[in-house]
Design a protein around this ligand. Structure first.
Ligand code: G
Ligand code: G
Ligand code: MN
Ligand code: NA
Length: 252
């Protein structure tokens, strides 16, 4: 079978799964969100990373169906956690460029929220800098549509693309996600990390550090007033059943 045929089969036969990586408020230490990360549980090969198949899915257009499934499943799971009595958290979903540029994206998101019953304020869509910086007017319309719907939008891998600060200040975006390369080569990139944190706050955005692996990195981020962290230091992405023990139940 070609990989394209295999991908179609995977979608039809339910071979895709989402794992979730917790995101913590740096000051309180509580879990405020999770990022949904796609995994292909291949019957012969085992788990295949999205890095391997997303590029092909993009090329063939299959990413639209896969992405739709991801968004639906992430919203469904998050609503289920809420129904089970856990403290409500935000679920982050990665959007591919093709998905983001669909002209009915806002309607699609609205429809998924309605079907799953998830309140819009518990969904965050992650786009990359390069997606946000092209074809300006359409982009602003989509972003405003999402904002009016009440979902959050963050810029993923921030600092690795070519962002224009001019656009950034005009965009209705809620959060910057500092790419892990800046956190992992922290000493060398200290000035950059500090600047991104300060810039986010000046623009009234939140800021999260990705790829936090050590206590030393966490302490630095805390001292610099970074809002949130995500990384192996706290947890790798996990299947949903493994997260329940980390979540807090609402006290009734
Ligand atoms: O989790 P992992 O490190 O294997 O992810 C590799 C890459 O795949 C990351 O860049 C991540 O953003 C991307 N990715 C993971 N899940 C999804 C998804 O559901 N949709 C899209 N478009 N990209 C994803
Ligand atoms: O591109 P995006 O930020 O969506 O992808 C996130 C990817 O980063 C996930 O595939 C996840 O597995 C990976 N990741 C998350 N935390 C860490 C970390 O602390 N260290 C490293 N090296 N990778 C991480
Ligand atoms: Mn991401
Ligand atoms: Na990232």
């Amino acid at each position: 079978l070609t990989m394209e045929t295999e991908l179609r089969k995977a979608l039809k036969e339910g071979q895709f799964e989402l794992h979730y990586q917790p995101q913590k408020n740096i000051v309180t230490g509580s879990i405020v969100g999770v990022e949904a990360l796609l995994r292909w549980n291949h019957p012969k090969e085992g788990f295949i990373s999205p890095g391997t198949f997303i590029p092909l899915a993009e090329k063939t257009g299959l990413i639209l169906e896969i992405g739709e499934w991801v968004m639906y499943e992430a919203c469904r799971q998050n609503k289920q956690w809420q129904d089970e009595g856990y403290n409500p958290i935000i679920v982050g979903v990665n959007l591919s460029a093709k998905q983001f540029h669909q002209n009915d994206l806002v309607d699609r998101v609205a429809s998924i929220l309605e079907k799953t019953g998830l309140d819009p304020s518990y969904l965050e869509l992650e786009i990359t800098e390069s997606m946000a910086m092209s074809n300006e007017e359409d982009i602003i319309q989509t972003l405003e549509g999402l904002r009016d719907l009440g979902v959050y939008v963050s810029i993923d891998d921030f600092g690795t693309g070519y962002s224009s600060l001019k656009y950034l200040s005009r965009f209705p975006v809620n959060k910057l996600k500092i790419d892990k390369v800046f956190i992992q080569n922290r000493k060398q990139n200290e000035a950059i990390v500090k600047s991104i944190i300060h810039m986010s706050h000046s623009l009234d955005m939140k800021v999260i550090a990705e790829g936090v692996e050590t206590e030393e990195q966490l302490t630095f981020l805390k001292n610099e007033s970074c809002d949130e962290m995500q990384g192996f230091f706290y947890s790798k992405p996990l299947p949903p059943a493994h997260l329940n023990t980390m979540f807090q139940k609402l006290t009734v």
